[in-house]
Design a protein around this ligand. Structure first.
Ligand SMILES: Nc1ncnc2c1ncn2[C@@H]1O[C@H](COP(=O)(O)OP(=O)(O)OP(=O)(O)O)[C@@H](O)[C@H]1O
Length: 709
């Protein structure tokens, strides 16, 4: 049977073609089942490096490049490029099989020969080499070709390795990038080699092939998708920007499509590593595994905020066209679900107290009334981080409770005073018929705990790092403990709401079922490196008693360095930013592909005003002005989970980043002060890592201390 494979690059290039050319591509390849090579008019080249690489005319100006293995009835769509580029690419490349993964590799033979010759001719360098600590035998075991060793051995910097990205065989580059990013050969073996091998047996069984390359196509998960027929080709080509639907990296696929986990499982990884993508695929897998009689909404896919839930819903629509299957999955944010459960129990809507300012003012009034010398911030934090976090319901339990994580000790007498304040605060809320979000979650969990039936069979959680212990308690109660109960995606480097948890203490044990992703698909290497350097190698908790770092975190893309711009005052910064954004638009960037992140909304409003004055359309998140396709302006919090081609982070000045009012004064609680600082730093990190191609960071006056080298 004819086999059609599509290379990820093909899809990405296809996405950029004009509509009529895209239509031609459909016509040419749409009937591939009926074709053999001869019927497709694949053209042979003169003196190619690999006679199996052919080209095909798409239009007067465009050509496709196809790998046509000798078996005669399978082919792989590799590239679609401008005529001359396609010919040059096809002439210089050769397809080989990686010695470690047995997957297909495409190498730029001509460029590699040239680079190797340059190494021979160059004078012996004195600086230390990138891979000195890795033996030849080890490199070969990881799939590095012996004939590339001289070139690899000569590399001194990551920048030199980056420069070879386009010409090295992809999997060999991946291995080298992993080693250069600090992973041990064992880590690299596990993450970049063994994952492919794991797939091999199953794939080969599914796709028996007598041709070596055809078999290797089946082993190239993540870069090559084998399509079942013309309908699937059409479907893939119809949404070319959503490569994540088809091209899961084996390290992602292994996690998302693991047949069944014995208990809670987790995926972690830096920004843009595809945690959300994995969560979406996991939800699909769980829905597919449900018994036929399982009711709709048996699987819950949930996250922190309403906006993020809307994004997940959109992602599921792309991933699961089958409405009946999609209906098995309910998408809703945790607070909204809690609200619904409590509302149904009470038989009416709840009044939610959302304003943090109002909450603080009530604590203040209460402290005055009771004659207590605690600040509103202290009392509110004590309530949320100790009382609600541990679900303490009596003065006795509070007296004995651990207050680890809080920076000030409280004597028994002072605990009794604080408890009085907590009682007073909650009594006032009760009397006014008001709730805070966390109270609603706590109540929802309480309602569920005695029940033997649970609302869901499986729960998939995204952005898990931001959830409060109370929300975790609810999530735990939504599903009976057992296989595939909870699937958790999160990254503690992006914790921006100050909610620290120990999963284990909440009855969620992921040990032996926790996986880390390290390849970033969103941001360029340059943006990633700069953004990660903001964190200064900070090791954070992993929500499970261990610590987490960004070691081995790397990008598959290259681009320019972040633009850093200083201005003397705010007006100048905004004018400068407006000019730069206008230039992006002039250069062809769609306004909706531009994001502006700010620490507080008022600055966003001022920037929006300036952009509108310059005839640019804007959307201001968190206001009524959110409709349309304009430039997206939002607070750093709102930027969470979003991504844009170009991102400007503006107003990164001292006293705003970190925002003084978001910091617990060190004298109130030194430990909390440090945590708040870390939260502010993570916020800047989150904002910067929203950029796909261009990141611009600006300030006026004194820059944020986080920007100091
Ligand atoms: N295997 C893949 N192939 C192509 N694109 C991918 C792949 N995995 C993820 N992506 C893309 O990378 C980007 C980041 O993915 P995603 O949002 O899932 O990452 P994340 O780890 O959840 O990020 P963050 O933590 O920053 O929110 C998205 O544009 C997604 O479509």
């Amino acid at each position: 049977m004819a086999t059609l494979g599509i290379h990820k690059d093909f899809l990405l290039e296809f996405a950029k073609l004009e509509k009529p050319v895209q239509k031609r591509v459909h016509e040419i390849f749409g009937k591939f089942r009926e074709h053999r090579h001869a019927g497709l008019h694949l053209e042979k080249l003169e003196n190619p490096r690999d006679s199996r690489i052919r080209t095909i005319r798409v239009s007067k100006f465009m050509r496709g490049v196809v790998l046509a293995p000798d078996s005669g009835d399978s082919f792989l769509l590799l590239k679609v490029m401008a005529h001359d580029d396609a010919i040059a690419w096809a002439l210089s490349h050769r397809a080989t099989v990686n010695s470690a993964t047995q997957g297909i590799e495409l190498r730029n033979d001509i460029a590699l020969e040239q680079a190797t010759a340059d190494v021979h001719d160059a004078p012996a360098a004195t600086e230390s080499r990138l891979f000195t600590d890795v033996a030849d035998k080890e490199l070969t075991r990881l799939g590095i070709d012996p004939d590339l060793l001289p070139l690899v051995r000569n590399l001194s910097t990551e920048a030199q390795l980056d420069a070879l990205r386009k010409i090295l065989p992809e999997q060999q580059y991946d291995v080298l990038a992993g080693l250069a990013a600090g992973l041990t050969p064992e880590d690299v073996w596990r993450e970049s080699v063994a994952v492919h091998a794991e797939r091999t047996a199953a794939e080969v069984r599914q796709t028996p092939a007598d041709d070596e390359l055809t078999a290797a196509m089946a082993r190239s998960q993540g870069r090559i998708a084998l399509l079942s027929g013309p309908e699937e080709l059409l479907d893939v080509l119809s949404r070319p920007f959503d490569a994540w639907r088809v091209f899961l990296h084996p390290s992602q696929r292994r996690i998302a499509y693991h047949p069944s986990y014995k208990g809670p499982a987790r995926v972690t990884g830096g920004p843009g590593t595809g945690k959300t993508v994995v969560a979406l695929h996991r939800a699909l897998h769980l829905a597919q595994q449900l018994p036929d009689d399982a009711p709709d909404e048996s699987v819950l896919l949930t996250t922190f905020t309403r906006n993020l839930a809307a994004d997940l819903r959109h992602g599921l629509e792309l991933l699961i066209p089958d409405e009946a299957l999609r209906a098995k999955i309910r998408v809703v944010n945790v607070d909204a679900l809690a609200n619904q459960l409590v509302r149904e129990d009470r038989g009416g809507p709840l009044t939610i107290l959302t304003s943090q300012k109002e909450i603080h003012s009530r604590w203040n009034a209460l402290a005055r009334k009771l004659g207590l010398d605690y600040s509103d911030v202290f009392l509110d934090q004590e309530w949320r981080q100790v009382v609600l976090a541990q679900d303490l319901r009596s003065p006795e339990t509070y007296l004995k409770a651990s207050r680890s994580g809080r920076g000030t000790a409280l004597s028994p007498l002072r605990r009794a005073q604080v408890w009085r304040a907590v009682e007073g605060f909650t009594r006032e809320l009760r009397q006014a018929g008001e709730w805070t979000f966390l109270q609603v979650c706590a109540e929802a969990a309480r309602l569920l705990e005695p029940r033997t039936d649970r609302p869901f069979r499986h729960v998939v959680i995204d952005e898990a790092q931001d959830l409060h212990p109370t929300q975790w308690r609810l999530l735990r109660a939504l599903v009976a403990p057992g296989p595939d109960d909870l699937f958790i995606a999160g990254d503690t480097h992006q914790r921006i709401y100050g909610n620290k948890v120990s999963l284990r203490s909440l009855g969620v044990n992921v040990s032996g079922r926790s996986h880390r992703l390290r390849i970033n698909y969103r941001t360029t290497h340059e943006i990633l490196q700069w953004s990660a350097s903001l964190l200064g190698g900070e090791r954070l908790d992993d929500m499970d008693g261990g610590s987490e770092s960004l070691t081995g975190y790397r990008s598959v893309l290259n681009g320019g360095h972040p633009e850093l711009r200083a201005s003397t005052d705010k007006a100048e910064e905004i004018a400068d930013l407006t000019a730069r954004i206008a230039q992006w638009v002039n250069d062809g960037v769609e306004p909706s592909e531009i994001g502006v992140a700010v620490r507080y909304l008022q600055l966003g409003k001022e920037i929006a005003h300036a952009l509108v004055q310059a005839d640019l359309h804007v959307r201001l998140l968190g206001t009524a002005q959110t409709a349309g396709d304009g430039i997206c302006i939002g607070t750093m919090h709102r930027m969470k989970g979003l991504e844009f081609r170009c991102v400007a982070v503006a107003g990164v000045i001292d006293s705003v980043v970190p925002l003084a009012s978001a910091l617990t004064p060190a004298e109130v609680d030194a430990q909390q002060h440090r945590e708040d600082m870390l939260g502010e730093l993570s916020l800047l990190f989150v904002a910067c890592t929203r950029a796909r191609e261009v990141l611009r960071v600006s300030w006026h006056g004194v820059p944020s201390p986080f920007l100091a080298p």
